[in-house]
Design a protein around this ligand. Structure first.
Ligand SMILES: CC(C)(COP(=O)(O)OP(=O)(O)OC[C@H]1O[C@@H](n2cnc3c(N)ncnc32)[C@H](O)[C@@H]1OP(=O)(O)O)[C@@H](O)C(=O)NCCC(=O)NCCS
Length: 210
């Protein structure tokens, strides 16, 4: 299958929100919030338009990745890093290399743009293939000064994080307001919320610390 990776166009914003909703629906909890997240993120100063990519397969928007700037705070010092997410692939196109191609393509670009590192919350099983490591290796914690198993770090060049440690601050952009989500959902085709096996795995990883 041919996978074309290219920048997202503004006219595709709504379609990408729909694809994000399809990708995440019932995956982490009944329903999902990632379509609202991406909708909100695009209007923040942290959003990086140059790293907002889609994957096109068979003339269909099959996947998307978005990045934002964020920081690692070390007492009163702040270090700018990147984060990405949501990373979404339409269910019918999953496990065909689309997600991997989106990550690989944008990571190289981010490196060329001069960023030091990408820090995300994600499934270590999936992200270790790209070189992501436990945040503990870099002494980068969450706000509670803990090392969640899902907090993963990718240095974009050797030694990029030398001398950089501290608290990863994802920022308010990744917080979801339940009332806003309820309203936003009304603009989409109705989908049934359900309890699924993947939610168990999500909770297991979310509650794991290293
Ligand atoms: C997770 C996701 C982005 C991966 O993209 P993809 O195009 O399906 O995956 P790829 O084809 O690049 O990679 C396939 C490999 O990843 C593994 N994989 C896929 N999704 C995974 C997940 N959620 N957790 C762990 N491993 C996963 C597959 O088992 C496969 O492993 P293998 O290479 O050892 O056989 C995509 O499945 C998706 O959108 N899922 C729903 C939303 C989501 O969970 N997003 C990620 C948030 S962290």
């Amino acid at each position: 299958m041919e996978i074309e990776i290219r920048l997202e166009e503004e006219k595709e914003y709504r379609l990408v929100e729909e694809l994000t909703r399809e990708a995440f629906w019932n995956v982490n909890f009944p329903g999902c919030a990632e379509h609202l997240l991406i909708h909100t993120l695009r209007n923040t100063k942290e959003f990086i338009k140059e790293l907002d990519f889609v994957a096109v397969c068979n003339n269909t928007l099959a996947g998307n990745i978005v990045y934002a700037t964020t920081k690692v705070k070390d007492n009163n010092k702040e270090h700018r890093v990147l984060t990405f997410g949501p990373l979404s692939v339409l269910p019918v196109y999953q496990n065909k290399g689309v997600g991997s191609k989106l990550v690989a393509h944008t990571v190289i670009l981010a490196q060329k743009m001069g960023y030091k590192a990408v820090i995300i919350y994600g499934d270590p099983e999936y992200y270790k293939r790209f070189g992501f490591k436990e945040s503990k290796e870099y002494k980068i914690t969450n706000k509670e000064k803990k090392y969640p198993a899902a907090l993963l770090v990718l240095e974009l060049y050797a030694g990029a994080l030398n001398g950089i440690k501290g608290v990863f601050e994802e920022g308010a952009i990744y917080e979801v307001d339940e009332k806003e989500l309820e309203e936003f959902e009304k603009g989409f085709k109705k989908k049934e919320k359900d309890v699924t096996k993947s939610q168990e795995r999500f909770m297991e990883i979310a509650n794991k610390y290293v």
